[in-house]
Ligand binder design. Structure first.
Ligand code: HEC
Length: 143
C-alpha cells in the first residue's frame, strides 16, 4: 500500500502542536536550555531587559529575576567569567557542563521561575540577556 504523505504531515503537525502545548519545560528542562541548531541570537536592548528582569509575570510563582538577583545576589563566582562557562546550578540540576548566558537565562526561567523557557527567537530573551550581560560587567565575586 502506498503511504499517504498527507497523513504523515498531519501526524507530525499534531505532535509538534502537542509538544508546544506541554511546553518543553515539562518533560525535559535540560533540553529546553540548549540553544537550538543554527541559533542566531537577536540584538538585545538592556533597557527593555531591565523591565523584564523586574517583571513577576515572567514566572508562575510570583518571582521576578530581581527577587533573587538584586545587587548581584545569588550569582556565584562563575558569573565573573566569560561565557560559556560552568554554572553549579545548571551542572548539578540539568547536567549542563557549560552554558551560554542566554542558556542560563532559560535555566532560571525553567527552574527558579517555574516557567516555560522564552522562545529562542524572541526579543524578550535577547533583551533579558542584554540586561544580564550588563550586570555581569559590574559583578565582583565575594571571594
Ligand atoms: C529563586 C531565585 C532565582 C530567581 C528568581 C532567578 N535566579 Fe538566576 N540564579 C539563581 C541561582 C541560585 C543561580 C545559581 C548560582 C550558581 O549555581 O552559581 C542563578 C544563576 C543565574 C545566572 C548564572 C550566573 C553565572 O554564574 O554565570 C544567570 C545569568 C541568572 N541566574 C539570570 C537570571 C534571570 C535572567 C532570571 C529571571 C528570568 C533569574 N536568574 C531568576 C537564583 C535565581
Amino acid at each position: 500500500m502506498k503511504s499517504n504523505p498527507f497523513a504523515w504531515r498531519t501526524l507530525i503537525a499534531t505532535g509538534l502542536a502537542l509538544a508546544a502545548t506541554l511546553g518543553f519545560a515539562g518533560p525535559d528542562p535540560a533540553a529546553s536550555t540548549i540553544r537550538p541548531p543554527g541559533y542566531q541570537p537577536l540584538k538585545g536592548h538592556a533597557k527593555a531587559g531591565m523591565a523584564l528582569f523586574n517583571d513577576t509575570k515572567l514566572s508562575t510563582n510570583g518571582m521576578s529575576c530581581a527577587s533573587c538577583h538584586t545587587n548581584h545576589a545569588a550569582f556565584g563566582a562563575s558569573f565573573a567569567q566569560p561565557y560559556p562557562h560552568t554554572v553549579a546550578m545548571a551542572r548539578d540540576q540539568l547536567g549542563r557542563k557549560s552554558v551560554y548566558l542566554d542558556e542560563m537565562v532559560q535555566a532560571c526561567m525553567v527552574m527558579p521561575m517555574a516557567a516555560r523557557p522564552l522562545p529562542w527567537n524572541s526579543q524578550a530573551l535577547a533583551d533579558l540577556t542584554a540586561y544580564t550581560a550588563g550586570l555581569q560587567t559590574t559583578f565582583k565575586p565575594a571571594h
